[in-house]
Design a binder for this molecule. Sequence first.
Ligand code: ADP
Ligand code: MG
Length: 367
Amino acid sequence: MAKITLQNVSKQYKGGEIQALKQINLEIEDGKFFCLLGPAGAGKTTTIKLIAGVEPLDSGKIFMDDQEITDLLPNQRDVAVAFETYALYPQRTVRENLAFPLRAPLRKKEWSEQQIQARVEEVAKLLGIDDLLDRLPRQLSGGQRQRVALGRALVRKPKAYLFDEPIAHLDAKLRHRMRGELRRIQLELGITTVYTTPDQLEALSLADQMAILNEGKIEQIGTPSEIYQHPANLFVARFVGDPPMNILRSEVQGEEAYLFGQTKLHLPDHIRSKLAAADIQRDLMIGVRPRDIKLVAPSSEQALLRGQVKYVQVLGETSILTIVMDSHEVRIKMNTQDAPNRGEAVGLNFAVQDCHFFDPRTELRLD
Ligand code: ADP
Ligand code: MG
């Protein structure tokens, strides 16, 4: 087990044409499940490769506990990696692929043949691939290969697991189960885990701590609830949460903000002082999560905004409504049984305490 630290780590490809990571600083605490969340191309795989030592970095340092590992070879780092692209040995059976890390020269004497077979079977069973042990990788589906790749990491108990989108190619049901299994294994063993995913729900449900990566930069680091409740900027606000947070442009006049010219919202004191400090005279971005908006009668005094239901998307017990007002759309999440019909006129109400305020120029959160 180990703490992993990245200090000012940068990585370029193609002679500097692509800046994959720009001065990344991360501290991954010992024994924690750490998720790196970001869209495709954000730099997630690159981060995993640098920690694993399979790619050199251009500048910066990497530590495991207090030992600098920046220049160590991959096999000197005691990490186990599962990449999204499986990297299995094509000529070896599943059994041999799974056993391989236990036979590595460095570990020659640690495992007897009997122990190796027992461990391989244990992990295969855990991942539901125990009936595939004598097949070759080319005789497996993508999802099966991915589980073998994951198994090859899990057979060992290294100082850290590095998982790069390890369950991306599984079908939804199996992915859900694997997510639970991985979390259970990690909690049981207490091994520091770095896990990448483009799926915000996956990160929110798995992580002790998470970082949002975008275009090679870290947008925010925190616990899932810190990030969900206090997104640091508009990128995080839009990326975390499903459906995404509604972001409304408002116009500030004195102590009020006007939404679509129709609604006056009284700004809380702490936001007003931030506005003054940030020198925001006019425009203010207001974010409201879809589940923080309530429907009221359009004629009600409580209706802060009025609009018409454009779509109703039923997702079992909850539904997502798209409401149009002028040329804007707002999304709401609510119980299906209370949902209005398409075309109905509705009023929207939300509490100012549930609003998130952002500076439109810097895109940063105000409070
Ligand atoms: P992610 O895993 O978040 O999708 P990557 O770390 O794979 O992102 O890639 C980050 C950026 O670096 C992307 O723009 C990608 O195209 C680029 N990149 C990654 N690997 C290479 C490579 N070997 N050569 C050139 N560009 C690369
Ligand atoms: Mg990737």
